[in-house]
Write a protein that binds this ligand. Structure first.
Ligand code: SF4
Length: 299
């Protein structure tokens, strides 16, 4: 693992589980807001997840796509690394989450109650979604099983390019991204390092038999058309939920996209409705602040 990118990310608040790997955690904005008694992330509203008890992490920062809308930097991706063992990651979860949240505790910040601070030090959920593609970590099934055995609820977010690995993983909820209505748009928007469209379709086909969600990141002018094609893929997948989420003009994506590519909530809602109109998915909930609509498969 080259140290320079790590140093840059450390300054951004990443906590690394080992020196030679890129496995890391970083609390998201919602975790800190919830800790201070503020709003929780839309996953609280949709699925009951307490943001201040959720650890956002990844077992690797490597990725095999270069999505235009990704708000992470590709420059900080490690070229090589020695994978961090699952036991080391598990052992570091509480320790590094506490370190990352230092400064938000009840003594330093009077908006944080002692009760919420203690709850935050005893996380219940792990969102394997920080950055990078987690299925590139060879011991992912083992890691997820280890988290589950300790009572953590796990959310695995994958770009879907590695169906063989996804098949072996048993998280509480599996997310697969679907960011294009067809192969051509996929190549233009997600810029995969290989030809992965058929592999993503294969990953989608695994979702009907587990608790799952398809995540569509809607970028105005790039992938916000052909709702019937998204609908057909949703329908074939059998996923439990579909989240249609507006692209946010944030982080490093600002170097690749313009502010105009960010759809407002009304646009996201209208697109979600066009999808729902031609398949068995129905409106379930929405969060205007996060510009996301949750659809649920009808029975
Ligand atoms: S798959 Fe995820 S981590 Fe990889 S480039 Fe796309 S958005 Fe970023």
């Amino acid at each position: 693992m080259p140290s320079a990118p790590c140093e840059a990310l450390r300054k951004q608040g990443y906590q690394f589980f080992s020196k030679a790997s890129s496995a890391a955690l970083k609390p998201c904005m919602w975790c800190k807001r919830a800790l201070a008694g503020g709003e929780m992330c839309y996953k609280h509203q949709f699925y009951g997840i307490d943001s201040h008890r959720c650890v956002q992490m990844t077992p690797t920062l490597r990725c095999n796509q270069r999505c235009l809308f990704c708000w992470r930097s590709f420059e900080h991706e490690p070229q090589e690394e020695v994978e961090c063992p699952p036991e080391t990651i598990l052992a570091g979860i509480r320790k590094y989450q506490k370190k990352a949240l230092a400064g938000y505790n009840a003594i330093l910040d009077n908006t944080v109650t002692e009760e919420r601070w203690q709850e935050a030090l005893d996380p219940k959920h792990v969102a394997i979604s920080l950055s990078g593609e987690p299925t590139l970590y060879s011991r992912l099934p083992e890691l997820i099983d280890l988290f589950s055995s300790k009572g953590y609820t796990t959310f695995l977010v994958s770009n879907g390019t590695n169906p063989e690995m996804l098949r072996r993983c048993r998280p509480f909820q599996t997310y697969v991204s679907l960011d294009a209505p067809d192969a051509e748009i996929y190549k233009a928007v997600c810029r995969p390092l290989g030809d992965s469209w058929d592999r993503i379709r294969e990953s989608l086909s695994l979702l009907g038999s587990r608790r799952s969600a398809i995540r569509v990141t809607l970028v105005r002018g790039l992938n916000d058309f052909a709702p019937e094609k998204y609908a057909a893929m949703l329908q074939d997948s059998g996923a439990m939920f579909a989240e249609i989420k507006g692209y946010m003009y944030l982080g490093y994506s600002r170097n690749r996209l313009a502010k105009e590519n960010m759809p407002d909530h009304q646009h996201v809602r209208a697109f979600a409705e066009r999808i729902a109109a031609v398949c068995d998915y129905r409106f379930r909930d929405e969060n205007k602040l996060s510009r996301v609509v949750c659809l649920e498969r009808g029975r």
